[in-house]
Design a protein around this ligand. Structure first.
Ligand SMILES: [Zn+2]
Length: 332
């Protein structure tokens, strides 16, 4: 049995460039309209750190619309998850540009007290924004998918009542940040975990629902659509060592292609789903949640999103949220 979960990372570009209206508010508004037409929901992973700091610096007037929009998502029943790029918290806005604190890029390697401070602050911002004093995000996604080493952040999330993570993309490898999700290729569609998000542990409180990936040869990543969207992304200047580490990531025959509903073409999406549907027909008792990812800043091709929703409906695949499927997967 397949259920499909759309997740959207709600944020501007990683270095702070670009406007909230263009990269967040407007695309999210159109996405919500499409989903309302289909009577369906997505999970919005709200990048809380940038919103708080943009608001405090008064650098983008659209923050008011963005905050209303998040409230609207919540009121209408969309799942509001927590997404964090901690480099924003010490960010400074100078001469129209953001100087972010890349020493705090990976939440997982910060001291435990700092992790607690950041997660508490981000949850409080959401509570304040939603006007719900005990709001707890049900799900979490780490910035740049960095959820290793897992132990401390996992524990703090559990202490806050978070139930689900969706940071892993099976087969993922980033030498620069010591991210290695290759071990997860052996895992099922979802798993409990504790000390290492890669390793299933039935005693763990959190459940991982990984972003769906397929391992493909490098050339298959190079569609015109994906290259076009990647070109728009302003990149941080990398030093020689960082460039070398990035090259190392690509020195292997197969690479994870994420199920990205903003970057994939319709034929790629259908190809993957067709395979899953055939597998499911052979073994319909296995529960197969499929987690798709998208980014508001990449949302340009709304026709493909609409066609994907039509395809799912025609194939009678329910469109769900983490909160809605959790009871089927929690055996602890
Ligand atoms: Zn992000």
């Amino acid at each position: 049995m397949i259920e499909f979960i759309f997740t959207i990372d709600y944020e501007i570009y990683g270095n702070g460039e670009g406007s909230l209206r263009e990269l967040v508010y407007e695309p999210a508004k159109r996405l919500m309209e499409i989903f309302e037409k289909w009577n369906a929901y997505f999970v919005t992973f709200v990048e809380v750190a940038e919103l708080e700091i943009i608001e405090a610096s008064n650098s983008d007037q659209a923050i008011t619309f963005v905050k209303h929009q998040i409230h609207d998502f919540y009121d209408k029943g969309f799942e509001v998850g927590l997404h964090l790029h901690p480099q924003w918290y010490n960010g400074k806005y100078e001469n129209g540009k953001w100087q972010l604190d890349y020493e705090e890029y990976n939440l997982c390697i910060l001291p435990l007290d700092r992790i607690k401070q950041i997660i508490t602050r981000s949850v409080e911002y959401l509570r304040d924004l939603l006007g719900v004093a005990d709001f707890t995000p049900f799900s979490f996604r780490a910035g740049n998918w960095l959820f290793q080493p897992t132990h401390n952040v996992g524990k703090v999330l559990v202490d806050h009542g978070v139930k689900v993570d969706s940071s892993v993309f099976k087969g993922g490898l980033q030498h620069q940040y010591k991210l290695d999700y290759r071990r997860a290729l052996k895992n099922d569609y979802y798993w409990h975990f504790a000390d290492d998000v890669n390793v299933p542990n039935p005693q763990g409180t959190l459940i991982e629902f990984p972003i769906y990936t397929k391992m493909v040869p490098l050339w298959k990543l190079a569609t015109a659509k994906r290259i076009g969207l990647q070109r728009k992304v302003p990149t941080r200047i990398q030093n020689g060592q960082q460039r070398l580490l990035r090259i190392l990531d690509f020195l292997r025959p197969y690479h994870p292609l994420k199920f990205d509903f903003c970057r994939m073409t319709m034929s790629e999406l259908i190809h993957i789903l067709g395979n899953e549907i055939r597998q499911d027909q052979k073994d319909p008792n296995l529960f197969r949640p499929i987690i798709a990812i998208g980014h508001t800043k990449d949302l340009i091709d709304f026709d493909t999103v609409d066609s994907l929703l039509l395809y799912l409906r025609k194939n009678e695949i329910p469109i769900s949220t983490f909160r809605a499927i959790y009871h089927k997967c929690n055996f602890s």
